[in-house]
Design a protein around this ligand. Structure first.
Ligand SMILES: Cc1cc2nc3c(=O)[nH]c(=O)nc-3n(C[C@H](O)[C@H](O)[C@H](O)COP(=O)(O)OP(=O)(O)OC[C@H]3O[C@@H](n4cnc5c(N)ncnc54)[C@H](O)[C@@H]3O)c2cc1C
Length: 271
């Protein structure tokens, strides 16, 4: 598959082998990365594990910039949240295909193990949660739409790994059961909820799992109100998803009495 530039320049192919040394456009902070593993995440999304030998490690919730460079020098850069955290040099991403997008279809359908990319980061110090960082008395409410769960997963995983006593809750809006990212990891966090309190509410907009009695339909203000901690719980709230999803959730949280100036929001784009 070829990734075409919008100005008619020749297409972009993922390069294999090492990144060309000393490329004039490379800035300090760009790390050579090799695709170590790929696997389907949902019917529309793919998990990519990158081997980044010079990666400095990252906190749960941070993101990176990923850059593809064509043989002719054409470059495309996009931001992706990091689904992993810690000091290792393996970085996990999960990319959802945006139809007619330039980069995401390429990452979901074409990139192969061994391909070389570049990443810049880790980026973002606001949309972060670390075990022990918040007083245990202040609960955490996570709210995700679709791939917006990517930066929240490492928070959930770090919370579970540390057996952190902070109450954690995730409201996750998806279309169908097949569209749930990180099902196994979320189930694992639920299994350790006695040691690291974690509740998960999934809202299915098109189809719920067989046997489920949960109502099917788009997230509404009432469903949000029923699923998230109330304003007087003084939760630290994180919201992530497409820009329209995040804006809508912020509006509803404000109407429900939450102080939205303290809400940490990450917008993935779209209109
Ligand atoms: C901080 C940050 C973290 C992100 N993390 C992730 C992640 O973990 N996983 C992931 O899949 N994406 C993530 N994104 C979105 C990602 O950066 C790209 O925007 C996305 O992959 C689309 O790129 P594209 O080149 O395919 O589309 P483009 O060619 O850039 O855009 C094509 C069309 O799609 C629209 N569009 C762009 N992004 C979206 C979107 N997210 N939803 C709906 N429409 C869109 C554009 O407005 C445009 O009309 C993140 C974005 C940010 C800012």
């Amino acid at each position: 598959m070829t990734l075409s530039s919008t100005d008619g320049a020749p297409g972009l192919e993922a390069r294999t082998g090492p990144v060309t040394p000393g490329r004039p456009l490379r800035r300090p902070g760009w790390h050579p990365a090799t695709v170590a593993a790929v696997s389907p995440e949902t019917p529309n999304a793919r998990r990519l594990v990158l081997d980044v030998p010079s990666w400095p490690g990252n906190d749960p919730g941070q993101h990176l910039d990923l850059r593809l460079t064509a043989e002719d020098g054409y470059q495309a850069t996009r931001s992706y949240s990091i689904a992993s955290s810690g000091d290792g040099t393996r970085v996990t991403l999960a990319v959802d295909r945006v139809e007619d997008g330039e980069v995401s279809p390429f990452l979901v359908d074409a990139v192969e193990v061994g391909d070389a990319l570049e990443v810049h980061g880790p980026l973002g110090g606001w949309f972060v949660w670390r075990p022990g960082a918040d007083p245990a008395s202040r609960p955490v409410q996570l709210i995700a739409g679709g791939s917006g769960v990517v930066p929240l997963l490492p928070m959930v995983a770090a919370h579970a790994d540390a057996e952190d006593p902070t109450p954690f809750r995730l409201l996750y809006a998806v279309r169908t059961p097949e569209d749930v990212f990180f099902r196994a990891e979320l189930d694992a966090a639920l299994r350790t909820a006695d040691r690291a309190p974690f509740d998960l509410d999934v809202v299915y907009s098109r189809r719920a799992p067989e046997g489920s009695t949960a109502p099917v339909g788009r997230l509404t203000r009432d469903r949000l109100a029923a699923a998230v901690l109330p304003a007087d719980a003084d939760a630290q709230v994180y919201v992530c998803g497409s820009t329209p999803f995040v804006e809508q959730v912020l509006r509803w949280l404000g109407e429900l009495g939450h102080d939205t100036t303290g809400v940490r929001a990450e917008r993935f784009g779209g209109s």
